[in-house]
Structures are given as structure tokens and as C-alpha cells.
Design a binder for this molecule. Structure first.
Ligand code: ADP
Length: 628
């Protein structure tokens, strides 16, 4: 054969600058495209063998891809022992088809300047090698009998020459890329190996990485020096779930997500119809508040890695999980914005949502004890899912449990069944069990359950439950109101109680230095002299303002000091309040009662603390004097 040369097309001069600029941020996809082609070439060869079109001796069926790095010559070469190409095929596939693919690609996406909008870049194919190369060579020998070895080369992607190959003497294809100076980072062994691992850790064909400059000292190759593939061609997600052991799931998780901890549990996705989807979703053990809630879902396309966390593809709340999803039916070579309306994406989304809900309900029903143990870790995920997806909430709502301050877990139904007053659907809760312990004690003394709602999504979650119940279910923080359960019968009438309040009001406003402080008098079951309450609505409003960055308004407005009429100190106050000679004592006692109530409500600020300590000392001195 003679050497031929020419131009692939004339009207295309500006295509490469566009592609180059356009894909600059993801240059490493060239390696994905070239190795994927090698893998395809092997699949085709396998297919020909399997249907009896080709007959190969066993030793020629050790399917493999080699990636050869020659830093000295500044080349990266990808070899596959796949189908190879004849001269006609090179002219057709490389000069025409591959190139028209590039043209289509550019025509379709030119003007869409945001490259992150494109997911797969599949379809750019062979020509992506010119993004990093100043020259690309192909040496190929077709499997067809009597085929000649062919050499093709091009400096720009637009010119080419084709001639007999001197390099190749075995079936398959070498693609040799002469790396341009602006891409020399790929000549770094570690960078290249890392890129290969990123995309091909689970490729179905063995991939070997070979540094050709590395000297082999030993003459004889032992079993240990034998090159090992960088990939695992049979990833766990492809196995039949019935054949996978717990150990395998855990090991796979640790390897892929580099987490030392075992996952809590997992879901093996295995869908054949109407779309093909396989994968494993893991519920990780969270170390809140140190860990962020963000997970990682790795998307694969026929065992080739595509990207992490493509939010258009999977339900948003699943982003809190860790997992792998391989779906050859997903349209990954389109713009992301198209995916949202894609039927395949929608079907897959609801399939995954259902599987996750089924798993949660299954655990709740059959393994309640372990489920309660997992709850701390999985509740942010479940609650977030409920907030984001109504259907998910409908599916799992019966499996939602609430943790009480004494570490038991109840569903909404179980709790409401246990409450005596069937019309009262109030959940009392704490969001800071240590700080609110005084209130918790009062509630538990009266036999009322208090729940812990201190998670990252509990506030919006409670709000959602209230709205869904048409405000029949209410969540009330323990310091929001004096619950009926905390009051006890008294022989004093409402008027008498109120008049005590009126008579002490000015004194307390003064010591609290808050003109708007409200005073209420109740007969409490507890032995403490007073508690502070802050209305649930007022507090939620404040929290919301804080969340949106608005200056938090002072909480003075909505604060009520509830005095315990049955407490001896309060009774004493009533007795001495008009006695001029007891004025100092009166001030000290009122100040102390107010600060104690404040202390049980929130930490004291520096100034208040100093005042509190000084006053306490004075009171102690006073008692000592009396005793003396
Ligand atoms: P695509 O892979 O999307 O078809 P490419 O531009 O990557 O587009 O490749 C164009 C064609 O060139 C392929 O369809 C294939 O026929 C041929 N080809 C590319 N690489 C190889 C290879 N390593 N072995 C055999 N044929 C190849």
C-alpha cells in the first residue's frame, strides 16, 4: 500500500479550538474516551467469537488493555487486543464517523458556554485525544484474515496520513498520544494512574498500567512482580444480591468510599425492567456534628465512572447516602437540563425512592431493636427525605420514631396512645437536653414524656408534621408554656393567684431590668420558686430570623416569669413585700429567683453571672449572720 495523506474535512478549522477551550476544565476525559474505545473494541471481538464469526486460540483471548507511559518520549499509548481496523475502516471510522461525531457535538453544544452542563461528553470520542496531544498515531491490525497492519497519524486532527504500520505485529490497536506541553501533567505517573483509577476501577476488561521507563532489574519474573490490573472487572453491584455476603458489602464500601467505619446497612438495587439499573446504596454511620451530612453517589455507565453526585439524576435526599449506581440506559451524553424531564430519570428516581422506603419499613417492622440503634444516624436522612419528597414521607411515615429524654423510642401513634387526654396531641421536646434539664425534670416528675429534637433538620421537620396534621399535632419546647400536667390543685382561686402576680410584678420587672416581662402565678408540682417560659411561636420566629441572617430581635417581648404560688420562698415574698425594713432582703430574693429561672433557661452572660455570684455570696452571708 502507498502512503496517503489528506484533510478530513475543510470547513472545520475552528472546531478544535472550541472543543479545547470548552472542555479545558475536564481535560482528563480524553483518557476515558480512548480507554472506553479500547474496551468497546474488545467487546466487539468477544461478541464475534461468541457468535462463531471468529475463531481464536485460547491464548489470544486474554483480553486486556495496556496503558503505557513513556515520560522520556512524552507519550501515552493505549493498546487493546480487540477487533482492530482495516485500512477502509480507519478511513471510515476515524476520518469520517469519529469526526462527524465531533462536528455534531460542537454544533449541538456551541453557545452553551457552561461546560459543567454537559454530563458525559460521550460521543466526543477519539478526537478528544487532540485536546492534550500535538500528534496522535494509530497502529492497528484487524482480526480479519489477511489484514495489513495500518499506521495513521495526524498532527492537528484535521490533516492525516495513512501508511503500512511497522509497529504492530499482533491483533488490536495502539493509540499513541504525543502529549503537548500544556498537558504535561498527564505524563506524571501518579497523575495518570490516579486518572485511570478514577474512571476505570471497575472496567469489565483488565487494565494494566505500565511505566516503560521503569527499569526491570531482575531477570526472572516472580509471581509477585507480575503486573496486576488496576481494576476489579467484576464489581459487587453486578453480582446477584443473593450471592453477596455482608463482609463483601462492607469491604466494597470501605474501599470505594475510604471510610474506616462499617456502613449501617445497604440496599442492593437490581432493576431490569423497564430500564437497566444496578447499584448499591449505603447508609453511612454519621459522626455528627463533626461530619457534614453530604454523601457521595457515584454514577457509572457500563462500569465506566461518569461523575459524582449528578443531582439531576437521583432524588436529592439520596445525596446524603453513599453509593454506586450503574445505569447504561441513562442519557448521559445530554445536557443536564434535559434530564429533569426525562422519563427514564423519573422512573429510576421513583424506583430508588421506593426501594429505600421499603428497606426502612422492613427494618422497622422486623428489626425494631437495631432500627432504634440506627435511628441517630439515619434520622436526618429520613427526615430530609420526607421534607423533600412527599411520596417518600407517605411511604415511611409509620416508621418514623421519636426519641424520648429517657432513651426510648416511640412512633407518633404509640405516643398518642399513651397520652391520657386523647384530644391533646402535644409533643413536648428539648433541643438542648443539658440546658433544659430543669424543665425535663418537671415534666418527667409529672409523668409526661419529653422528646429530643436536636437534629439538623428537626425544626423544619416538626413544622411539616404540624402542617400535615392540620395543626392537630403540636410540638412545644419544654420551656414554652406551663403545661397543665405541671400544675397542681390549689385552694387559691384564679383571682387570688393573679393578685399575687400583680403585687410582685414591679419588683420582678426591676430586678430583671425588663419592663415588658410578664408575670404569671401558678401552683406548680415542682419545688422550684419560678420558671421562665418563652412562647413557641415567638421563639420559632426568632430562630427563623436568625437563620435568614436577620438581626435577632431581643427575646424580652415574649418572656413570662411563672411564679410557683405553693413555694415557701414565694409565700415569704408575699409576706414581707410591704415591710420597709425587709427591702434589701426582698430585692435579693427577687433577683435570685429571677436569675435561677434564667439559668435554667439559657446560659448566663458574663455580666449576669457576676451579679449572680455576688448576690449569692450576700445571701449566704445573710444566712450565716442569722444563724450566729
Ligand atoms: P464512538 O466510540 O462514539 O463511536 P469514537 O470517535 O470514539 O466514536 O470512535 C469512532 C470509531 O472508531 C469507533 O466507533 C470505532 O469503530 C473506531 N475505533 C476507535 N477506537 C478503536 C479501537 N481502539 N479499536 C477499534 N476501533 C476503534
Amino acid at each position: 500500500m502507498e502512503t496517503k495523506s489528506g484533510y478530513v474535512s475543510i470547513s472545520t478549522e475552528n472546531i478544535f479550538p472550541i472543543i479545547k477551550k470548552w472542555l479545558y476544565s475536564e481535560k482528563d476525559i480524553f483518557i476515558r474516551e480512548i480507554v472506553s474505545n479500547a474496551c468497546d473494541a474488545i467487546s466487539k471481538m468477544k461478541k464475534l467469537v461468541s457468535i462463531g464469526e471468529a475463531d481464536l486460540p485460547d491464548e489470544e483471548m486474554n483480553w486486556k488493555i495496556e496503558v503505557l507511559l513513556d515520560k522520556k518520549k512524552k507519550t501515552i499509548t493505549v493498546y487493546d487486543n480487540g477487533i482492530g481496523m482495516t485500512e477502509e475502516e480507519v478511513l471510515k471510522y476515524i476520518n469520517q464517523i469519529a469526526f462527524s461525531g465531533v462536528k455534531d457535538f460542537v454544533e449541538k453544544y456551541e453557545g452553551k458556554t457552561d461546560e459543567s452542563q454537559i454530563i458525559g461528553h460521550f460521543g466526543l470520542g477519539f478526537y478528544s485525544s487532540f485536546m492534550v496531544s500535538k500528534k496522535v498515531e494509530i497502529d492497528t491490525l484487524s482480526w480479519v484474515e489477511g489484514a495489513e497492519p495500518i499506521h495513521w497519524e495526524s498532527n492537528t486532527g484535521m490533516d492525516y496520513s495513512i501508511s503500512p504500520s511497522k509497529k504492530i505485529d499482533r491483533r488490536g490497536t495502539y493509540v499513541t498520544m504525543h502529549i503537548a506541553d500544556d498537558s504535561k501533567e498527564f505524563l506524571d505517573k501518579y497523575k495518570l494512574r490516579e486518572t485511570l483509577r478514577k474512571y476505570f476501577s471497575f472496567l469489565p476488561v483488565d487494565v494494566y498500567f505500565i511505566d516503560v521507563n521503569e527499569k526491570k532489574d531482575k531477570k526472572e519474573e516472580t509471581e509477585e512482580d507480575k503486573p496486576k490490573p488496576i481494576n476489579d472487572p467484576n464489581p459487587l453491584w453486578l453480582k446477584n444480591p443473593n450471592d453477596c455476603t455482608d463482609e463483601e458489602y462492607k469491604e466494597f464500601y470501605k474501599k470505594v468510599f475510604m471510610d474506616f467505619n462499617d456502613p449501617l446497612f445497604w440496599i442492593h438495587l437490581n432493576m431490569d425492567y423497564p430500564y437497566n439499573l444496578k447499584g448499591i446504596l449505603y447508609f453511612p454511620k454519621l459522626k455528627l456534628p463533626y461530619d457534614s451530612l453530604e454523601g457521595t453517589i457515584k454514577i457509572f455507565y457500563n462500569q465506566v465512572f461518569v461523575a459524582d453526585n449528578i443531582k439531576e439524576l437521583i432524588p436529592e435526599f439520596l445525596m446524603l447516602l453513599k453509593g454506586v449506581i450503574d445505569c447504561p440506559d441513562l442519557p448521559l451524553n445530554v445536557s443536564r437540563s434535559f434530564l429533569q424531564d426525562d422519563d427514564c430519570v423519573k422512573t429510576i428516581n421513583s424506583h430508588i425512592t421506593k426501594k429505600v422506603a421499603d428497606k426502612i419499613n422492613g427494618l422497622f417492622k422486623t428489626e425494631r431493636e437495631s432500627y432504634e440503634k440506627y435511628w441517630e444516624d439515619i434520622n436526618p436522612f429520613i427526615k430530609f427525605g420526607c421534607l423533600k419528597d412527599e411520596k417518600f414521607h407517605d411511604r415511611v411515615k409509620k416508621s418514623i420514631i421519636y426519641k424520648t429524654c429517657d432513651n426510648t423510642y416511640l412512633t407518633e401513634e404509640e405516643y398518642l396512645d399513651s397520652v391520657k387526654d386523647k384530644d391533646d396531641k402535644t409533643f413536648y421536646y428539648v433541643d438542648n437536653a443539658a440546658q433544659q434539664s430543669q424543665y425535663v425534670k418537671m415534666f418527667s416528675d409529672s409523668g409526661t414524656k419529653v422528646f429530643v429534637m436536636d437534629g439538623p433538620v428537626d425544626v423544619p421537620f416538626m413544622q411539616m408534621i404540624e402542617v400535615k396534621s392540620k395543626n392537630k399535632v403540636r410540638f412545644v419546647r419544654v420551656d414554652s408554656d406551663v403545661a397543665n400536667a405541671l400544675k397542681t390543685d390549689t385552694d387559691k382561686s384564679r383571682e387570688e393567684l393573679d393578685s399575687i402576680g400583680t403585687s410582685l410584678e414591679e419588683l420582678f420587672k426591676k430586678v430583671a431590668n425588663n419592663e415588658k416581662l410578664k408575670i404569671k402565678v401558678e401552683n406548680l408540682k415542682s419545688s422550684i420558686p419560678a420558671i421562665l417560659t418563652l412562647s413557641e411561636e415567638g421563639r420559632r420566629m426568632q430562630e427563623m430570623m436568625k437563620m435568614y441572617g436577620a438581626l435577632s430581635m431581643p427575646m424580652d417581648e415574649d418572656v413570662t416569669l411563672v411564679l410557683n404560688a405553693g413555694n415557701p420562698v414565694i409565700e415569704h415574698l408575699c409576706a414581707i413585700k410591704d415591710d420597709e425594713s425587709k427591702k434589701e432582703e426582698l430585692d435579693l430574693l427577687c433577683g435570685q429567683i429571677y436569675d435561677l429561672a434564667l439559668l435554667a433557661h439559657k446560659p448566663l452572660e458574663a455580666e449576669d453571672m457576676t451579679r449572680f455570684i455576688e448576690r449569692t455570696s450576700k445571701i449566704l452571708a445573710m444566712i450565716s449572720k442569722k444563724e450566729a
